[in-house]
Design a binder for this molecule. Structure first.
Ligand code: SIN
Length: 278
């Protein structure tokens, strides 16, 4: 039996008295998966033993792992990306607007976006650097029924270019666009595990709503982004080295708070393959 402390009434739970890794038995894995679907993001403290290899092995217990085409990975583990923010990265940011301080759902620009993501803190700043998660099922439920009905028939385009475009060398752009063309997903997706409806748009990757004029699409997306960022749908986690977060990427968005000035923050993440949203 795993020991769970919920963080809010909607989203987030800390799992206690567990040492995560690739050697967990099938019953525990099933229990964690069930808890993940219910609480949407699980937190684990004091997992200092989790080496990159163990991080990858833990993720594999939940499905196939992805590699990320635009973010640098660990030299020995191509599935493990390194999210580093430091003064030298900030200097580069003038060339690239991309960071994780946007509300987003990981790789929604893939035809089959990730089911889950597992993030481990390697180096944390002395203050700040929290991550927030939003419950997109609660965000959908918080809309009036007439808007809900209207949204259910809509589809939106998701595209890596909006965020990663400026980071890609011009000579590689065409090949990347061919490999990862813009995809359409329903604006309201169904969580395959629960049948719940989930609002599925995010600011860095959703470029437009299909069949709408640009100004209509922009206005509706702006309203939905703003609605989804209400604090009532959120939980917030303060990292310590060795902390781990595991989120259901189908029913959440997250935001890495860039409030740590010139300090360094290093995280490592794997993503677990998902399926086509419906
Ligand atoms: C991410 O966007 O997947 C990383 C979030 C974080 O670094 O807190």
């Amino acid at each position: 039996m795993i020991d769970i402390q919920t963080l809010t009434s909607r989203i987030g739970a800390e799992v206690q008295n567990i040492k995560i890794g690739g050697d967990l038995d099938a019953a525990t894995v099933q229990e964690l998966r069930r808890a993940l679907v219910e609480h949407k993001v699980l937190f684990f403290r004091e997992q200092d033993h989790l080496t990159p290899a163990e991080h990858v092995a833990f993720g594999r217990l939940f499905g196939d792992l992805e590699t990320h085409p635009f973010i640098g990975a660990h030299p020995n583990h191509p599935e493990l990306i390194i999210l580093r923010r430091s003064p030298d990265m900030r200097a580069q940011r003038s060339r690239s607007p991309y960071g994780e301080n946007f509300w987003h759902s990981d790789v929604s620009w893939r035809a089959e976006p990730s089911f889950g993501s597992i993030l481990r803190a390697v180096e944390v700043p002395p203050m700040g650097g929290d991550t927030l998660w939003a419950d997109m099922e609660a965000a959908f439920a918080g809309l009036s029924s007439s808007i809900q009905e209207a949204l259910k028939s809509l589809r939106a385009v998701h595209d890596f270019d909006k965020s990663f475009g400026p980071t890609i060398a011009p000579e590689n752009k065409a090949a990347m666009a061919e490999k990862f063309p813009p995809v359409e997903h329903p604006l309201v997706r169904t969580n395959p595990d629960t049948g719940a409806s989930v609002l599925y748009v995010n600011e860095p990757f959703t470029s437009r709503i299909v069949g709408m004029e640009t100004r209509e699409s922009d206005a509706l997306l702006r309203m939905l982004f703003s609605h989804a960022s209400r604090p009532e749908y959120q939980c917030r986690f303060s990292w310590r080295p060795g902390s781990v977060a595991f989120w259901d990427n189908r029913s959440t968005q997250h935001y890495a708070c860039d409030d740590f000035g010139d300090e360094t923050r290093v995280m490592q993440r794997i993503t677990i393959a998902g399926d086509s949203p419906y």
